[in-house]
Design a protein around this ligand. Sequence first.
Ligand code: NAD
Ligand code: ISE
Length: 346
Amino acid sequence: MTLNVGVIGVGMIGQDHIRRITHVVSGARISAVADVDFDRAKSVAADLPSAKALQTGEELINDSEVDAIVVASWGPTHEEYVLASIAAGKQVFCEKPLATTREACERILDAEVASGKRHVMVGFMRRYDDAYRAMKATIDGGEIGAPLMFHSGHRNPSVPGHYTSDMIINDTCVHDVDVARFLLSDEIVSVRVLTARKNSLASDHLTDPVLFIFEMAGGALVDVEASINIQYAYDIRGEVVGESGTVELAESNTVVVKKNGQYGGRVPEDWRERFIRAYDTEFQEWIIAASKGESTGPSSWDGYAATVVCDAAAEAYRSGGKVSITMRDKPDLYTTGGTGASTGTD
Ligand code: NAD
Ligand code: ISE
């Protein structure tokens, strides 16, 4: 069976996912696209063998030639499309964030729980990255003892002009929040935010860099350096310190070049390069599950938890103090099943 996928939002990542569904992974094809920029939707559809351009996301979700949906529009628009997909009884892959407020995420949790089954997978692709998976296997296998600290570095060479200071929390650090929950199999219970001397290369309206300190329920500490104008490359770093050892992400280049008395290797240009295999694996697993009407991987609960933590981080940033985090009880729907990339706190 070929899964007919409709994509809402055909900007940078939407087009990258269309490329991988069309040319890289198997079992699916793009049958429809929609974008508020209808000319962009038409131009993307024109390059695809079997896709039509539709005016609205709602039309796409309810189209009989769409079996499953990818939401890759801007964050504040995700809630309505995810809710409409659940209402239509269709599987939906939603790029992060699941939604931009705690309340919106709770409406999604309520709708999915009421439907009686999982429909939603959230695009936390780091859970599909070979290196992060190997880190998790090392920790879960007890090789470094009980984890005490996780140091995470998230460095973007630059950000687009529309990027605002709150996006360093909701758009960038949200990945570190999710991967901390995934690696440590624990929930975050408090957050503090510190700002360093401003990078003079950042736009006037941006705070950059930012240091986040998270406390996990089990007592481990997580620090996240988020830098969004680091210039030299896209550099993702991570090390977990355990009671008797450490595990860290290795450099991601495959070769070392030695010349002129020095050695070096490539650092990725952006997230599309750094996580290319992770996105491929993520989509292959989503297609396999969605074709059976099932959902695995990062769930609405994971999307909710990440948004709640980001809300608290925004408050900690404004107040300068430590903010405690509380979440609603986890519904049974999110405590069973899934793959190694599923809910980090099962
Ligand atoms: P983008 O601006 O390049 O593209 C977004 C597209 O959505 C645009 O074409 C825009 O016209 C369209 N759009 C906006 N509102 C819409 C609406 N209501 N209905 C239909 N279309 C709408 O942005 P992007 O960088 O591709 O990011 C899109 C989403 O993907 C964001 O949620 C972002 O956080 C996420 N993202 C995730 C990763 C990752 O590593 N997982 C990387 C980049 C972006
Ligand atoms: C972007 O939206 C992403 O999701 C990237 O993975 C992240 O590194 C970047 O900071 C975000 O802006």
